[in-house]
Design a protein around this ligand. Sequence first.
Ligand code: NI
Length: 262
Amino acid sequence: MIVLIDTHAHLDFPKFKNDLDKVLGRARQAGVEAIINAGADQRSSKNSVALSRKYPQVGASVGIHPHSAAEVGGSWMDELASLAGSDTVLAVGEMGLDYYRNLSPREDQEKVFREQLRLACRVDKPAIIHSRDAHEETLRILKEEELPSRVGVMHCFSGDRRLAGDFLDLGFYISLAGPLTYPKSHALRDLLHYIPEDRLLFETDAPYLSPQAYRGKRNEPAYVKLVYERAALTLGQDLEKLAEQVYINAVRLFSDQLVDRI
Ligand code: NI
């Protein structure tokens, strides 16, 4: 049996409001036995924890996406800290910088990013990092700040080989998503030959970034199988063997609790 893990999805988003049970059913049918649900703001983080309590196959992450950094105020960070300590919370994030859309001022993004890194250290859970058009700045902050013992994952990685090397040197895992299946993503597929097999993860980022076969439609955890399949094809590897390795990686990063959920 092939066990797949979707290390990054947003099942708490409104797009899944009406059919989440069916979505999770299709995930299980596809072999997706565990899903990390990434929080994106205060409400989403609360809902992420609620999902992890309701569905045994869902592990939560809690965090504030750079888009929402400007909204952070009052007791937000205290609330996030208390959520981060919950037993079904396996990681902190997604956190980071997004200079592509710049929905929050850059100073706010950087401040909230640093605060979440410190929180991840305090609760000693890995960090899920979002970086878009801001790789150099993200790298600088990660080098300046202390990192949690299991470090974390560069989610939906889109940088080049040199950047991948820099993040790998810091101890990060690299997670690849639907864009791996796009016809023009040659550079991303080449990266597969460079990332050490024990540092590789896959994800959907559902409802976003659907693989080629479902492009333009809502993405969902079942489709992570297409990312695994494309990677196996590129590497000339057996899908089963690749899935086994990625499973070991995910458990090493997100803790044995992930096993309890499978
Ligand atoms: Ni995301």
